[in-house]
Write a protein that binds this ligand. Structure first.
Ligand code: TEU
Ligand code: CA
Length: 568
């Protein structure tokens, strides 16, 4: 595998609105990010992904961009952004931004022009399509509920396409002028010194222009628009063109938000010559999707979860790297989702971190993950902001759930779980802002916050620091980055374990964790324990002595260990 500059990096996603507010207006901003760079450096972060900071009406929290060349006023100025780039560079850190080009905002001048002038060139920047038999062109359901087709006011039987909200019209990638505009914009940012992009909702850019309807899959008589995304082919041409004229010449790092990819296309996407440097591994998160929505999702089953990660890891072996996450701004908190009730504690959080961060691939942390932030409960739907949550809440009510049940569904699945303000300290509003935060802070900030954990040697935060440092430790770095992933002890019901091994060396590292409630004893058959590198409960010495004595290790509930072993 050809080595690339980003292979050994650890990334961190910032959701700027909720990260740190530097001027007391209740909204996190660039000044806030700037003042926390040293915090991130100290944590061991190399690459920072900023969720959208462009000018936007914020219908979908900035994923609806009205000017790709401007910073939203609430986040600060272009000068501050340039300072951020420079300050990151000084610290050997890289900034990447969100690239949201499947759609723009309905407030973007392109769309406003398109509406105003049916004969003008901007009509062709979007999908304006005639209806069929007095109906919209197809029966696709948008990601946020309802039809993807919005009638154009004042024009009979004409619709425009929006895969997300109606305020996010889809850009017409078939139009070479649109692509040119997009590439120009990408290069403008790269020329500033940006290291790359996280590429939003990218699978949606390719449309089947026949817009054939599918068998309805819900009470609303509509069919999920992902059916079209899955059926259509040819997206690779767009992605290759974009790469050739933007990312490649700049050696930029790209991470795709890829859903609904055809399995056999993995190499095209993240192989050495792939469309992207890497793409997120969402396989575990897909397990939390219900057939019709959040309301009919089932809780995580440990064995299924373990098998999903194992399969996903093995599939990438010899092809490329996936970007490993436990959460992001679209997901509930990882600890609330993937840990059973009895593991909802610091040991459990550290255990989840251990098995996740040492997987083969590029780790991406999401803000607050490093202190073990959890989901946030609300007693009224009005306390939520997210457009997706509000849709899913009503979907749940329509399906017959009570108000209490529907709120519980939001508690376990809402995208706002990841968007509550970062918990910096035990002072008012978690030290996030001196004003009123745009979204209420999770009341558990008294016990879960950065300041407290910085002062506690055995905190989740300090454990994350150790874990990241271990991944980068010179003696093991090569193995953690380029070593293979080999699943282990899968015959146990509650053990998640794997080896990382590097060809042509004797080096082998065992990562093992007990997600069960009872202790488990694992036999290190034909393996000599050399050293315990890390353990979440502080019993390194004991476990080494045990392994050295009888070749067994006993892991208590929620215990995780990282051990160097050699073959006999
Ligand atoms: O998400 C793309 C996407 O497909 C989401 O609808 C995802 O399936 C959902 O959030 C899971 O609950 C991206 C962004 O990450 C998201 O925040 C935006 O809302 C969306 O694109 C539109 O830009
Ligand atoms: Ca602010």
């Amino acid at each position: 595998m050809t080595k690339r500059w980003w292979h050994d990096k650890v990334a961190y996603q910032i959701y700027p609105k909720s990260f740190y507010d530097s001027n007391g207006d209740g909204i996190g901003d660039l000044g806030g990010v700037l003042s926390k760079l040293d915090y991130l450096k100290d944590l061991g972060i190399d690459i920072i992904w900023l969720s959208p900071i462009y000018q936007s009406p914020f219908v979908d929290q900035g994923y609806d961009i009205s000017d790709y060349y401007k910073i939203a006023e609430c986040f600060g100025t272009m000068e501050e952004f340039d300072t951020l780039l420079a300050e990151a560079k000084k610290r050997n850190m890289y900034i990447i931004m969100d690239l949201v080009v499947n759609h723009c905002s309905s407030e973007h001048k392109w769309f406003k022009e398109a509406l105003k002038n049916p004969k003008g060139e901007y009509r062709d920047y979007f999908y304006f399509v005639k209806g069929k038999n007095g109906q919209p062109p197809s029966n696709y359901r948008s990601y946020f509920g309802g039809s993807v087709w919005e009638p154009v006011k004042g024009e009979k039987d004409l619709y425009y396409l929006h895969m997300f909200s109606k305020e996010q019209p889809d850009l017409n990638w078939e139009n070479p002028k649109v692509r040119e505009q997009i590439y120009r914009m990408i290069n403008w940012w790269l020329n500033k010194g940006l290291a790359g992009f996280r590429i939003d909702a990218i699978m949606n850019i390719k449309k089947d222009l026949e817009f054939k309807s599918f068998e309805p899959d819900g009470e609303d008589g509509l069919a999920s628009c992902t059916k079209m995304v899955e059926a259509v082919s040819g997206i690779g041409d767009f992605l290759e063109e974009m790469k050739a004229v933007t990312f490649e010449p700049k050696d930029a790092f790209t991470v795709g938000e890829v859903f609904n990819m055809k399995k056999e296309e993995l190499e095209d996407f993240i192989g050495e010559e792939g469309h992207f440097s890497t793409m997120f591994d969402f396989s575990a998160h897909l397990l939390t999707l219900g057939e019709h929505g959040w309301y009919d999702a089932k809780p995580i089953d440990f064995k299924e979860w373990r098998q999903t990660i194992i399969s996903s890891q093995l599939e990438a072996e010899g092809i490329g790297f996936k970007a490993n996450i436990i959460e992001n701004h679209d997901e509930p908190r990882g600890v609330s989702t993937f840990l059973p009730d009895y593991a909802q504690n610091d040991d459990g959080k550290k255990m989840l971190a251990t098995v996740s961060l040492l997987l083969r691939g590029i780790p991406f942390l999401f803000q607050g993950q490093e202190i073990g932030m959890t989901n946030c409960r609300h007693n009224d739907i009005n306390e939520y902001d997210d457009i997706n949550t509000i849709d899913q809440y009503h979907l749940a009510l329509d399906a017959g759930l009570t108000k209490e049940q529907a709120l519980k569904v939001c508690y376990t699945h809402s995208r706002d779980n990841g968007r509550t303000p970062m918990q910096w300290s035990a002072t008012k509003h978690a030290g996030f802002s001196t004003g009123t935060p745009w979204l209420p802070v999770n009341p558990n900030y008294f016990s879960i916050n950065v300041e407290k954990q910085e002062n506690q040697p055995n905190s989740v935060l300090n454990y994350y620091k150790e874990l990241i440092a271990l991944r980068k430790f010179p003696a093991y770095k090569e193995l953690f980055v380029y070593g293979s992933f080999v699943p282990a002890f899968t015959e146990y019901d509650y053990i998640f374990a794997y080896f990382r091994t590097l060809k042509h060396t004797d080096a082998k590292i065992l990562v093992a964790a007990n997600f069960g409630q009872e202790s488990e004893t694992l036999e290190l058959v034909e393996l000599q324990p050399e050293k315990v590198l890390l353990m979440n409960t502080g019993f390194e010495k004991e476990i080494f002595e045990e392994a050295d004595k009888d070749g067994c290790i006993t892991l208590h509930s929620c215990e995780a260990v990282v051990i160097v072993v050699t073959d006999y």
